[in-house]
Design a protein around this ligand. Structure first.
Ligand SMILES: [Cu+2]
Length: 135
Protein backbone atom coordinates (compact mmCIF):
# COMPACT_ATOMS: atom_id res chain seq x y z
CA UNK A 1 0.00 0.00 0.00
CA UNK A 2 1.07 3.61 -0.42
CA UNK A 3 0.62 5.04 3.03
CA UNK A 4 1.32 8.08 5.11
CA UNK A 5 1.61 7.34 8.80
CA UNK A 6 0.56 3.79 8.08
CA UNK A 7 -2.81 4.92 6.76
CA UNK A 8 -4.31 6.20 3.60
CA UNK A 9 -7.03 8.69 2.90
CA UNK A 10 -9.78 8.83 3.91
CA UNK A 11 -9.04 6.49 6.83
CA UNK A 12 -6.52 8.63 8.66
CA UNK A 13 -2.93 9.70 8.48
CA UNK A 14 -3.83 13.36 8.82
CA UNK A 15 -1.55 15.78 10.64
CA UNK A 16 -3.16 17.97 13.30
CA UNK A 17 -1.52 21.37 13.75
CA UNK A 18 -2.11 24.52 15.75
CA UNK A 19 -1.78 27.97 14.20
CA UNK A 20 1.63 29.43 15.02
CA UNK A 21 3.22 26.03 15.57
CA UNK A 22 6.45 25.00 13.91
CA UNK A 23 5.71 21.53 12.57
CA UNK A 24 8.63 19.20 12.03
CA UNK A 25 8.17 16.23 9.73
CA UNK A 26 10.41 13.19 9.53
CA UNK A 27 9.74 11.63 6.14
CA UNK A 28 10.96 8.10 5.59
CA UNK A 29 10.56 6.56 2.15
CA UNK A 30 10.37 2.82 2.68
CA UNK A 31 9.82 2.11 -1.00
CA UNK A 32 12.04 1.67 -4.04
CA UNK A 33 10.27 4.53 -5.80
CA UNK A 34 10.66 8.31 -5.92
CA UNK A 35 7.97 10.31 -4.16
CA UNK A 36 7.65 14.03 -4.82
CA UNK A 37 6.00 15.05 -1.57
CA UNK A 38 4.05 18.27 -1.94
CA UNK A 39 2.41 20.46 0.66
CA UNK A 40 -0.33 22.95 -0.13
CA UNK A 41 -0.55 26.38 1.49
CA UNK A 42 2.90 26.24 3.09
CA UNK A 43 6.60 25.85 2.34
CA UNK A 44 8.96 23.35 3.85
CA UNK A 45 12.32 24.40 5.19
CA UNK A 46 14.67 21.51 4.54
CA UNK A 47 16.59 20.58 7.69
CA UNK A 48 18.43 17.41 6.65
CA UNK A 49 18.56 14.67 4.05
CA UNK A 50 19.57 11.19 5.17
CA UNK A 51 20.61 12.68 8.49
CA UNK A 52 23.00 15.22 6.95
CA UNK A 53 22.03 18.78 7.91
CA UNK A 54 21.60 21.23 5.04
CA UNK A 55 24.61 23.53 4.69
CA UNK A 56 24.68 27.10 3.42
CA UNK A 57 21.60 29.12 2.54
CA UNK A 58 18.22 27.85 3.75
CA UNK A 59 16.26 25.79 1.25
CA UNK A 60 12.51 26.44 1.07
CA UNK A 61 10.39 24.18 -1.11
CA UNK A 62 6.76 23.19 -1.43
CA UNK A 63 7.75 19.90 -3.07
CA UNK A 64 10.59 17.63 -2.02
CA UNK A 65 11.95 14.74 -4.11
CA UNK A 66 12.22 11.85 -1.66
CA UNK A 67 14.29 9.13 -3.30
CA UNK A 68 14.10 5.41 -2.62
CA UNK A 69 14.89 4.70 1.04
CA UNK A 70 15.77 8.35 1.68
CA UNK A 71 14.96 10.19 4.88
CA UNK A 72 14.13 13.89 4.82
CA UNK A 73 13.66 16.14 7.81
CA UNK A 74 11.69 19.28 7.08
CA UNK A 75 9.72 21.87 9.02
CA UNK A 76 7.03 24.39 8.24
CA UNK A 77 5.34 27.20 10.11
CA UNK A 78 1.62 26.63 10.53
CA UNK A 79 0.63 30.16 9.58
CA UNK A 80 -2.18 29.57 7.09
CA UNK A 81 -5.26 28.14 8.85
CA UNK A 82 -7.31 25.71 6.83
CA UNK A 83 -7.37 22.17 5.54
CA UNK A 84 -4.43 21.54 3.23
CA UNK A 85 -3.37 18.55 1.20
CA UNK A 86 -0.01 16.88 1.75
CA UNK A 87 0.56 14.25 -0.89
CA UNK A 88 2.85 12.56 -3.35
CA UNK A 89 2.77 14.43 -6.62
CA UNK A 90 2.92 11.20 -8.56
CA UNK A 91 -0.83 11.35 -8.71
CA UNK A 92 -1.19 7.60 -9.10
CA UNK A 93 0.57 7.26 -5.73
CA UNK A 94 -1.69 9.92 -4.21
CA UNK A 95 -4.71 8.07 -5.52
CA UNK A 96 -3.34 4.85 -4.06
CA UNK A 97 -3.38 6.48 -0.65
CA UNK A 98 -0.20 8.52 -0.34
CA UNK A 99 -2.04 11.64 0.67
CA UNK A 100 -3.00 13.27 3.92
CA UNK A 101 -4.50 16.47 5.20
CA UNK A 102 -2.83 19.15 7.27
CA UNK A 103 -5.69 19.94 9.62
CA UNK A 104 -5.63 23.08 11.75
CA UNK A 105 -7.29 22.58 15.09
CA UNK A 106 -10.74 24.19 15.05
CA UNK A 107 -11.12 24.01 11.26
CA UNK A 108 -13.68 21.57 9.86
CA UNK A 109 -15.36 20.80 6.57
CA UNK A 110 -18.89 19.57 5.89
CA UNK A 111 -17.59 17.47 2.99
CA UNK A 112 -16.54 13.83 3.17
CA UNK A 113 -14.59 11.72 0.73
CA UNK A 114 -16.52 8.81 -0.66
CA UNK A 115 -19.79 10.71 -0.64
CA UNK A 116 -22.10 11.31 -3.55
CA UNK A 117 -19.28 13.27 -5.19
CA UNK A 118 -17.86 9.91 -6.19
CA UNK A 119 -14.41 10.92 -4.98
CA UNK A 120 -12.86 7.76 -3.67
CA UNK A 121 -9.17 7.12 -3.23
CA UNK A 122 -7.99 3.94 -4.84
CA UNK A 123 -6.32 1.01 -3.22
CA UNK A 124 -2.63 0.42 -3.50
CA UNK A 125 0.23 -2.04 -3.63
CA UNK A 126 3.27 -2.77 -1.44
CA UNK A 127 4.87 -0.92 1.50
CA UNK A 128 4.70 2.82 1.96
CA UNK A 129 6.04 5.90 3.58
CA UNK A 130 6.07 6.97 7.19
CA UNK A 131 5.60 10.59 8.05
CA UNK A 132 5.78 11.66 11.63
CA UNK A 133 4.74 15.06 12.83
CA UNK A 134 6.22 16.48 15.99
CA UNK A 135 3.22 18.35 17.29
CU1 LIG B 1 4.90 8.71 -4.79
Amino acid sequence: MHFINGRRRPDGGDVQVTEGQVVRMHIVNKTGEWHTMHIHGHEFTVLAVDGRPIQGSPIHLDTIPVGPNQVWDVAFLADNPGLWMFHCHVLLHARMGMSAMIVYRGIQTPYNMGSRSGQRPGVGAVVGMATLADV
